[in-house]
Design a protein around this ligand. Structure first.
Ligand SMILES: Cc1cc2nc3c(=O)[nH]c(=O)nc-3n(C[C@H](O)[C@H](O)[C@H](O)COP(=O)(O)OP(=O)(O)OC[C@H]3O[C@@H](n4cnc5c(N)ncnc54)[C@H](O)[C@@H]3O)c2cc1C
Length: 377
């Protein structure tokens, strides 16, 4: 068995189901294009059992289901709401599960620039999961930890990208009544190595911790070991200043699989889908500055979790949610610019290739627009 026999490289989402299932632990994740991680099989240890191939969600597509309804919502506790990404739905679900004696698995941003899925069992530690990390989270051996918890009859909430939820479900191979899966609406993930290289460059190696969003303020904030903020760049107000964030927003640095993602559609693989409620009618009274969650219950179990959580909910139509959020309709587009970027990568590196591909837009923004403003034309 080789890595590309598990599934084709352009389809591999890096969900790590194969890595978790291998009985000989002979699969490692190694960097490929744009430093994204792909499975590599140690031929000396492999016994050709093909469990990695069988467990891959690319080879065995999960059944997907259309949402039961849609809610615009936010955490009813103002403090929790303001410290979350969109409306704090993920935090509200996590609190519900922990109050029931369960455990939560989600992506934590950790000092030392690590972004990995971790197990949280108490309310105080939930803060570690808060906030979107615009990078691919490291799953490690989390799926096998989830299985152990499920077998010990603990209630488990797993929060992740759709491909990670699919990876977990494929790995488990059967439904568990005590498992809740919540997936994020996702437009694609850059690799951790790409982010680390960038952070080290902009901070001369001082970066220790980062955040990507505070409500609707989409800004990269970088902190050093003492907790002092050493860098801030808002991706919209300071367009093109931060190359990592700009390239992420413009869809240049995702995995190849993100451009053909099978989960970027209204039908979903989890119990609840959450994201930003973009396109929410302005007749709905909500805090548009600090964000609003789009909450799509997919299963009855998911619906109950939504209703029992500390959320202020306004029922909307699924069509409104889907219309406002392109990731619920189709994957990110691999535009001609992205294709050119990928062919320039090996020669120029990611930063320079991105700037070259956006040169016309950067020129318009930095040169043409200020001239027009001055001339008032
Ligand atoms: C890479 C990425 C791309 C996204 N793209 C879109 C999009 O196109 N459209 C849209 O509507 N929403 C998108 N989102 C979702 C959105 O940014 C919020 O994460 C989501 O609405 C949850 O907000 P919240 O306030 O409920 O979460 P919070 O209460 O702030 O909690 C955040 C939750 O997200 C999980 N999480 C954070 N980062 C990651 C990660 N890298 N991998 C896996 N899980 C993670 C954490 O475990 C935590 O449970 C994206 C999120 C990510 C991470």
């Amino acid at each position: 068995m080789t890595g590309s026999e598990i599934c084709s490289k352009d389809k591999c989402s890096g969900c790590m189901a194969c890595f978790n299932v291998c009985p000989k632990a002979c699969i490692s994740m190694t960097p490929g294009k744009l430093d994204h991680l792909y499975p590599e099989v140690n031929q000396d240890l492999c016994i050709n059992c093909r469990m990695c191939q069988r467990v891959c969600p690319e080879n065995n597509h999960l059944s997907l289901h259309y949402p039961l309804t849609a809610f615009a919502g936010w955490h009813s506790d103002r403090e929790q709401y303001l410290t979350s990404t969109s409306g704090g739905a993920a935090t509200a679900f996590a609190q519900t599960i922990i109050r029931r004696g369960g455990v939560v698995y989600g992506c934590a941003s950790e000092p030392g620039l690590k972004f990995r899925h971790t197990r949280i069992a108490d309310l105080e530690s939930l803060v570690r999961l808060k906030g979107s990390k615009y990078v691919q989270s490291d799953i490690g051996h989390i799926y096998s930890n989830v299985k152990q918890d499920l077998k010990s009859s603990l209630t488990v909430l797993f929060i992740g990208t759709p491909c990670q939820c699919a990876g977990l479900k494929s790995y488990l191979g059967k439904d568990y009544d005590n498992l809740y899966c919540v997936d994020l609406i996702c437009h694609g993930v850059p690799s951790q190595k790409l982010l680390k290289k960038h952070l080290n460059k902009i901070s001369s190696g001082k970066a220790d911790y980062v955040t990507f969003r505070k409500g609707n303020d989409m800004a990269l904030r970088v902190f050093d070991k003492s907790g002092e903020k050493i860098y801030y760049s808002n991706v919209w107000n300071q367009r093109y200043r931060d190359v990592y964030y700009s390239a992420f927003i413009d869809g240049y640095t995702y995995r190849d699989s993100c451009y053909s993602c099978g989960y970027a559609r209204p039908e979903r693989c989890s119990d609840v889908t959450i994201g930003d409620f973009w396109g929410l009618s302005n007749t709905v009274e909500h805090d548009s500055v600090n964000g609003c969650s789009c909450i799509l219950p997919i299963t009855e179990k998911g619906y109950k979790l939504v209703k029992e959580s500390e959320l202020t909910l306004i029922e909307r139509s699924v069509a409104e949610a889907v219309d406002g959020n392109s990731q619920l309709r189709h994957p990110s587009r691999k535009t001609r610019r992205v294709r050119v970027f990928q062919s320039l990568l090996s020669v120029f590196g990611a930063d320079c290739a991105y700037r070259l591909c956006e040169l016309d837009r950067i020129f318009t923004l930095r040169i043409i627009k200020p001239i027009r403003r001055r001339l008032k034309v």
